[in-house]
Design a protein around this ligand. Structure first.
Ligand code: NAD
Length: 318
């Protein structure tokens, strides 16, 4: 039973579905139906391509498909890489009716989305995220961009995808360290917007770390629902959307100072959330209805520490 659920991001004419399920990539899901023209460029990387590219081609049956396989790593989330994607589109003579399809984690999604936003002032874009972090966060909401030596994500554009296709089965090949980094963003949603979800995470953390399909499905769906609500209320981050940056001020500083790619983004955010919580001295959060709740800060930090135990937080959380 492939599609488990669909979450809609309500943005008027830019609305789109987040389709969540199992066996979607390489299965019968008709992704071609979301590609407006006859042509698409799939952007992926050298780690993800051998795993999922052949399957994705089946989902795009009937379309003319070009492939661009990038090197792997945060250091390739750069203007040079965006430029190489645009070069590929120009080489193909791609018109405004072409679609850029991102297959991979947040790095591929961010840079491919930025190229899609820039080429001919914007062509259609599709996200097929394959890391937990990309499934719960970076593929949803339309933020695209690249890093600059002077700062993380300094160059970018808002460009919403036509669809986000989340195949939970792709997480089966995700390294443990990447899973934990993605969990940091999941925990973020509990901390900023849903105390009940934070409590559920505490109870189900071991199931999530062992990639239990039901637990992952719930965590991904709830995270996408919470992000979709925030994005629908404030697409361009003029107010409410800034709440999604919880932990990111410290996190981005860590990433930049350590050199992009040394700390994973999720690890830096996890540490950043603990630092922000300690700095603010907040012991209470807000529940889904905006009410004051009482999740002790210590509980929040403990959940974060468990999620990052094998990674950078191990020493910090002790
Ligand atoms: N646009 C946004 O709103 C937003 C939000 C949060 C984070 N981000 C960005 O996302 C990036 C981090 O994304 P990420 O954590 O996905 O990192 P990533 O894209 O570097 O992926 C992590 C690693 O996992 C590999 N990988 C991907 N899918 C795999 C799979 N299924 N099996 C095995 N290996 C797989 C990748 O090749 C890479 O080596 C950062 O640049 C961050 O700034 C963007």
């Amino acid at each position: 039973m492939p599609v488990v659920s669909t979450v809609n991001v309500e943005l008027g004419e830019r609305s789109y579905p987040i389709v969540i399920g199992n066996g979607l990539v390489g299965g019968e899901f008709d992704l071609a139906a979301y590609i407006p023209g006859a042509d698409c460029l799939v952007v992926t990387n050298q780690t993800v391509a051998p795993l999922y590219l052949d399957g994705l081609k089946r989902n795009l049956a009937g379309k003319a498909i070009a492939i661009l396989t990038l090197p792997d790593g945060e250091s390739y989330k750069s203007l040079e890489t965006a430029s190489s994607i645009i070069d590929k589109l120009i080489d193909r003579g791609a018109g405004r009716d072409t679609t850029v399809v991102a297959l991979g984690g947040g790095v591929v999604g961010d840079v491919a989305g930025f190229a899609a936003a820039s080429y001919m002032r914007g062509v259609a874009f599709v996200q097929v995220p394959t890391t937990l972090l990309a499934q719960v966060d970076s593929s949803v909401g339309g933020k695209t961009g690249v890093n600059h030596a002077e700062g993380k994500n300094l160059i970018g554009a808002f460009h919403q995808p036509r669809i986000v296709l989340i195949d939970i089965d792709t997480l089966s090949t995700l390294p443990d360290r990447e899973l934990r980094a993605g969990l940091a963003e999941v925990i973020k949603y509990g901390a900023i917007a849903d105390v009940g979800f934070l409590e559920w995470l505490e109870v189900n953390l071991d199931a999530l770390l062992s990639k239990d399909a039901a637990a992952l499905t719930h965590a991904i769906r709830r995270s996408c629902e919470l992000k979709a609500q925030v994005v629908a209320a404030d697409e361009r981050e003029s107010s409410r959307r800034a709440i999604l940056n919880f932990g990111h001020t410290f996190g981005h500083a860590i990433e930049r100072c350590q050199g992009y790619g040394d700390w994973l983004h999720g690890e830096a955010v996890a540490a950043g959330m603990i630092m922000a919580a300690e700095l603010s001295g907040l012991d209470a959060g807000r529940d889904a209805h905006g009410g004051r709740a009482e999740p002790p800060r210590r509980r929040r930090a403990r959940a974060l520490a468990r999620a990052g135990r094998s990674g950078r937080l191990a020493g910090r959380a002790a």
